[in-house]
Design a protein around this ligand. Structure first.
Ligand SMILES: Nc1ncnc2c1ncn2[C@@H]1O[C@H](COP(=O)(O)OP(=O)(O)O)[C@@H](O)[C@H]1O
Ligand SMILES: Cc1ncc(COP(=O)(O)O)c(C=O)c1O
Ligand SMILES: [Mg+2]
Length: 276
């Protein structure tokens, strides 16, 4: 039996809820063969959990990409790309890969950390990544940065930002309202250039959602690789991450990762889709 090969170009979250660890866990749960080209290593200060981001030498990243691409990957996801140079390397990899299944998770901040990774990266993401995106999955902050609108606070503002990001070349845009949007439900906005749809699930009253964004985007990537449509892929990913958040847990006093494999074990909360 052959498996679909899904490559993540992403960072290592040593606490293992987010980053390439989340991607590999989500790929595995979706039955794809997860592969990694590592960009940075994120470590945490044991006292206070402040994050430190250490990039790998770019020639080492390039060697990993060469190795992975030589196997002819079926789909690519990107995660934390901490410098403009790394963003360009990821863009080249996408173009050389020959795949048109590309999920861009435009990671700009770690949850709980205020510091934006590198403000210049936004311009590089717009130029080098968005034109190749089958699906881009910004959270509210990232959507506001990419669209140049500032962080959306309402569904109407999310629609404006999604339209701008689509104009920049991303074929499909999912803006994750998540916990940050003031609404009863956890609401994400999906725009494919034609229609706007809201995906809503129960908002879990928990801070144990570390890695939710990575898990969502990796699930979309695996679903697309497995042949689902864009809309089917996004709906299933929303179910998958909702279950993972509902079963999030405390790794220690500082961080609560999602339970990546919750959906097949415990089932998923209902996701409703409404065209607006
Ligand atoms: N408390 C929550 N309850 C239910 N779903 C959530 C919650 N927080 C986030 N989500 C969902 O998890 C996914 C990831 O969103 P989010 O956590 O905002 O991304 P990121 O981790 O990139 O900031 C989205 O589908 C979002 O709606
Ligand atoms: C390596 C890495 N990638 C991505 C993220 C973003 O994680 P999330 O899925 O919570 O947005 C983090 C956050 O800590 C990280 O350490
Ligand atoms: Mg994120």
């Amino acid at each position: 039996m052959t498996l679909k090969k899904t490559l993540t170009i992403a960072g290592s979250d040593t606490s293992a809820g987010a980053g390439m660890q989340a991607d590999l866990k989500a790929f595995q749960e979706h039955g794809t063969y997860g592969m990694v080209a590592l960009t940075v290593v994120v470590t945490m200060d044991p006292n206070g959990w402040h994050h430190q981001v250490t990039p790998l030498p770019t020639d080492l990243l390039q060697k990993q990409i060469n190795t992975a691409l030589s196997t002819k990957v079926d789909a690519i996801k990107t995660g934390m790309l901490s410098t403009e140079e790394i963003i360009k390397i990821a863009s080249d990899a996408i173009q050389k890969s020959g795949t048109n299944i590309v999920v861009i998770d435009p990671v700009m901040v770690c949850k709980g950390e205020d510091e934006v990774l590198n403000p210049g990266n936004t311009t590089a993401m717009i130029e080098y990544l968005l034109p190749h995106a089958t699906v881009v999955t910004p959270n509210l902050f990232e959507a506001g940065q990419l669209a140049g609108t500032g962080t959306p606070k309402t569904i109407e503002e999310m629609k404006v930002a999604a339209a701008k990001i689509h104009e920049l070349g991303a074929k499909n845009v999912v803006i994750k309202g998540g916990k940050a949007l003031a609404s009863d439900k956890a609401v994400d906005l999906f725009y494919n250039g034609t229609s706007y749809k809201l995906l809503a699930s129960e908002k879990v009253a928990s801070t144990h959602n570390h890695g939710a964004g990575c898990t969502f985007a990796a699930s979309v990537c695996a679903n697309l690789a497995n042949g689902l449509s864009v809309e089917e892929s996004i709906i299933e990913a929303k179910e998958f991450v909702s279950a993972a958040i509902a079963h999030g847990w405390a790794l220690n006093e500082y961080v609560g990762p999602v339970m990546h494999g919750a959906k097949p074990r415990f089932g998923a909360p209902e996701v409703t889709i409404t065209e607006i």
